[in-house]
Each structure stands twice: as C-alpha cells, then as structure tokens.
Design a protein around this ligand. Structure first.
Ligand code: ATP
Ligand code: ZN
Length: 299
C-alpha cells in the first residue's frame, strides 16, 4: 500500500494570501512599488488596473487613493496597507501600525503670514486655521488648551490666508517653498510623518505567517539602506586603532594584502555616523577606502 500522492496543486495557498493596499499614484506610489521589488516581490501587471497579483509571493496589491486606505484596511477589504502616518492619525480607523517604512517623510506644520510674530501656539487663540487635517489639529489645540476655529478645506490650503479665509494654516511641508511662494512661514511642526505598514486586526494564522515573512524582508531592506559596506587598506601597525573605530556586525574582517606589512579591512558602517568615522579612519592612516551599498542585510 503506497502513500497517497499529493500534488502541490492540492495545497490551497489562497488562505495565506495578503491583500495589500498602496497609493495608486502620488508621492507614495513609486517608493511603495520599489520597496516591494527590493523585497523580491514581482508584481505582474501594470498599475492602470485596480489590482495586481504578485507572481512569487502570496500577495495581491490594490491601487487606491491614500485617504481611503485606512478604511479599506479596517473593513478587511485589504489586509494590510502602506500609507502616511498623517493619514492614519487623521482617519482614526481601527487599524494597527506595524512598521515604519522609511519613505514619504514629511511634516505637518502650522504656518502663518511671513510678517506675523509667532512665539508659541498661544498665537492661535481665537484665530481661524485652515487645514485638511481637522482631527490632528483639534487634538493639538486640545493638548495645548487653546480655543481656535478650524476651517476644513480639501486642497490648496496654502492660499487660505492670502484670500482672507484664515489667519493660519496647518499643512504638509517638505521644503517650505510652497509656503514661501504664498507669503507664509512655517511656525511650528505638530507631526513628523513617514509611510507605515498598517494591518487589519483579524488576520488568520496563515496570513500572519505571510505578514511575518514580508516584515522580515522589509526590515532587511531598511537595514541595508541605512548601512554601507566599507573596505580599506592599512599598515599593520595602525590596525588596532582602525579596528577600534569600526563597529561591524561582529568584528571587522582583516585580510593580509600581497604587499608585506599591509592589510585589507572590511566592515559595515551606519549611515548616521558614516562621515565622522571616515574622517577618523583617514586620520588614523587608512588608505584606498571603498564604500559600497548593501543590497540586503540579514541579521
Ligand atoms: P491621493 O490621490 O492618493 O489622495 P494625495 O494628493 O492625497 O493623493 P500625495 O500628495 O501624493 O497625496 O501625498 C501622499 C502622502 O505622501 C501624504 O499623505 C504624505 O504622507 C506623504 N508626503 C511626503 N512628502 C510630502 C509632501 N512634501 N507634501 C505632501 N505629502 C507628502
Ligand atoms: Zn490623498
């Protein structure tokens, strides 16, 4: 009596599948697609469709307006989503923030007319604030104990003071050039935001397995982005000092060079202290320093 032959096609992978909502077009779209690609996930068809299937991972991607993503994830129409924290906090839907994604960085700031004297949030007392973020602004005012009028508008918030609609605005800022062109100045940042992964609260055990696989890949990509691989040559007598400057994942790799008395040192450096350490390495006698990007970092 032989064992039954089970074809892999009998395994139902549908129950492992996650539906991911990302922005259809706009500032988060390209970075969202790039992150999936760097996670080794191939998306089959174009973004002109409403949805696309991953060919090598149990994932289906929905392309939506960013404002709708929290609602879809709360309802379970999508299981997970990539969306700005600003939208998550404004919409206040029942979803959980699982991971910061490291792109879509911006700040939500109060701005006032250039000539205005803004020393603190007390300036806003009794004033009219135009914004597309009434929930976040109301929470900010309440925390500060300030009474002000919030005027909700959906677009072109920055023109409101110029046309006499408001005394101040609260809007997303990256460089500040839009504010400047409208005779405004940034007065106070009330939220720093970046894209995050949110999830629905009732995922199945199987879907959680898929989510953990995805998170593991995202974390590896993020780590790799923040780190550089560094190679340098050093005279052997300088090695202790140079090795002392390098953090490395364990400790740096040291290999002898063909030239007697010299070694090659390899290590990994975090972007944040990168230039500081490079300068110190040069001063300590390192030569031929090479810095290369890391594609994935599995730790
Ligand atoms: P949609 O059509 O999807 O509703 P949108 O016009 O609301 O798009 P975008 O301007 O594409 O949205 O911005 C999407 C998200 O990108 C913002 O909610 C925010 O999280 C992030 N973002 C990053 N930098 C900026 C910026 N400088 N200005 C505005 N949003 C930014
Ligand atoms: Zn939007």
């Amino acid at each position: 009596m032989g064992l039954p032959v089970v074809s892999p096609f009998f395994f139902n992978t549908d129950n492992m599948k996650l539906k991911l909502a990302i922005q259809k077009s706009g500032r988060l779209h390209d970075d969202s697609m790039r992150l999936l690609k760097e996670c080794g996930i191939d998306i089959s068809n174009g973004v002109n469709k409403l949805k696309a299937e991953a060919t090598n991972f149990p994932l289906e991607v929905f392309f939506l307006r960013d404002d709708d993503i929290p609602q879809y994830v709360e309802d379970g129409v999508a299981d997970i989503g990539f969306v700005g924290e600003n939208v998550v906090y404004e919409k206040k839907k029942k979803t959980t923030v699982v991971e910061q994604l490291g792109f879509g960085k911006c700040r939500l700031s109060i701005a006032v007319r250039k000539q205005e004297q803004y020393t603190d949030a007390g300036f806003l007392t009794g004033k009219k604030i135009a914004t597309s973020y009434p929930v976040i602004v109301a929470a900010f005012l309440q925390e500060k104990g300030i009474e002000a009028e919030i005027h909700e508008i959906s677009g072109s918030v920055e023109i409101a003071p110029g046309i006499g609609l408001a005394d101040a605005i609260c809007d997303l800022v990256s460089s500040g050039s839009t504010l400047f062109m409208n005779g405004l100045k940034e007065a106070e940042t009330i939220l720093r935001s970046q894209a995050v992964l949110i999830r629905n609260s009732d995922l199945s055990e199987e879907q959680l397995v898929t989510l953990n696989r995805l998170l593991f890949r995202i974390q590896s990509v993020k780590k790799a982005r923040n780190n550089k691989y560094i190679l340098l040559n050093a005279p052997n007598e300088k090695l202790p000092e140079i090795i002392g400057l390098l953090p490395g994942m364990k400790s740096p790799t040291v290999l002898p060079l063909a030239e007697p008395g010299w070694s090659s040192v390899h290590s990994v450096l975090n972007e944040n202290d990168f230039w500081d350490i490079i300068e110190q390495l040069k001063a300590a006698g390192a030569e031929g320093i090479l810095v290369v990007p890391i594609e994935k970092m599995i730790v």
